[in-house]
Write a protein of this length. Sequence first.
Length: 583
Amino acid sequence: MDFWDILSLIGGLCLFLFGMNLMGSYLEKAAGGGLKNILGKLTTSKAAGFFTGLGVTAVIQSSSATTVMVVGFVNSGLLTLRQAINVIMGANVGTTVTAWLLSLTGVSGDAWFVEIFKPSSFTPILALIGIFLFMGSKSNRKKDIGVILLGFATLMYGMDAMSSSVAGLKESEGFASILTLFDNPLMGVLTGAALTAIIQSSSASVGILQALSSTGAISIGMSVPIIMGQNIGTCVTALISSVGTNRNARRASIVHLSFNVIGTTVLLIAYSIVRSLVDIPLLANSADQFTIAICHTAFNIACTVLMLPCAGLLEKLSMRLIPEPKGEDKKEEINELDERLMITPAVAIDRCRVVTEKMASISKASLYKALSQLESFNDDYCKEVREEETAVDKYEDILGSYLVKLNTYPLTDKDMRESAKLLHLIGDIERISDHAVNIMESAEELKEKEIVFSDFALSELSVIIAAVKEIVELSYAAYVDNDIASAKKVEPLEQVIDNLKEKLRTRHIERLQNGGCTIEAGFIWSDLLNNLERVSDHCSNIAGCVIEMSHNSLDLHQYLKNIKEGKGEFVDDYEKYSQIYSV
């Protein structure tokens, strides 16, 4: 093996790792919505968790990515530790799919049906289709499929380059002497663990082993311990990812490590005992891509069969290694928007939507408490409204920062629209909670100054409050349920509330002129009307955003102009609400 072979090996390795990363990232992006649905159906069942982990890892081609995702789910409170254990075990089996794909490079034979399965036959075709889709299509989804095909082609070319560059090692005495070290199973485990820890991908390290097997100098007996070690090395990614997470998330990463270390230790001891007692000629045979794929799958399945019944013991072990703190304060804040979820943007977007719904629910409850203060004052509500407004402010900051960072990841068109919608909505939701505080402060002023509105004014106020409550419910349903029918009713009602505000303002001026209202009461009255009308404006923005985004665009001003100039449904709803909320 000369200098040029070494350069070829380095180049092949770079292409291999780049292709694997590219294919995995875009498979994850393309399957994002499906992953969200799969993960949303997780149950406490061992089988459900196991097959979820297996399926997700098989799709995104990375057990490390799945485990990091699981750590993020646990840290966000989306998964319990027990559910996470089952998913992690499934991920260990799912990662073996990659080795089977890479084993295609070992296909040999002259028959036409064998030729079809050779990478040299189908990889150029996939690359051609991929570049055609990537450069010639306007659809982002087709472009993503093109990148997946190009990533796979790059991976296969890299694998072929590595295999070709190391082919000369079969004649090298130095290489043969190095390989004698791996007759010691412990050395094989340590080597496999170290290599995988460095490149942080068991699939990639198995691929490198498969490439080296093309020399014919690696026996099956040597490859088995190396494969065992690779399962330990892949835990490094999850351990790094768990830094800064809550206790349960750190326990999930410990479970991943414990599962692989215990499973490897038990099977390695059993393997060594069997080898010492029984002469198995098969282990002395040269390993190839297929036998390595078989060994990789067999080991992971055996490890899972051994450890799956012990999920409860693994959970207890992790809790012993990361115990609850002593003392009374044992609660930890759940990180509702964990950045680890960003590796699967569709899941992160869905989590943002859930948190935004929570934010909207708090804002609505705060407004209703503030409005109730105008009828019957409650000192406890004043504190609650202010605390809820602070919570909504915090949610706006967290969501805004999270969504901006998430937009730097590869998003599908659907995810980009959802992200844009959420960024528009959180500002309006936050402003509603601000107006709730303003309304509550007006109620406090009425109480402190012992100001009482006239019965006629109270009757008018009850009408506009009822209208505002209905518009809040309509806009909330429009967003949470994506209810377009409710969204379309918001703008006509908002126009009715605008008219109500002007009527009530005019009547207030008449009462002032007739001596039926004081100046101080008038200021509070004006503030209340302004805040109520502004709440309806923000509800209109929310509903308009929902409608526009359902049509894959966001031009709110044009939307409002179109419906105000139109006839039919808008006019009918406007007339209906005008009759219901008349003064």
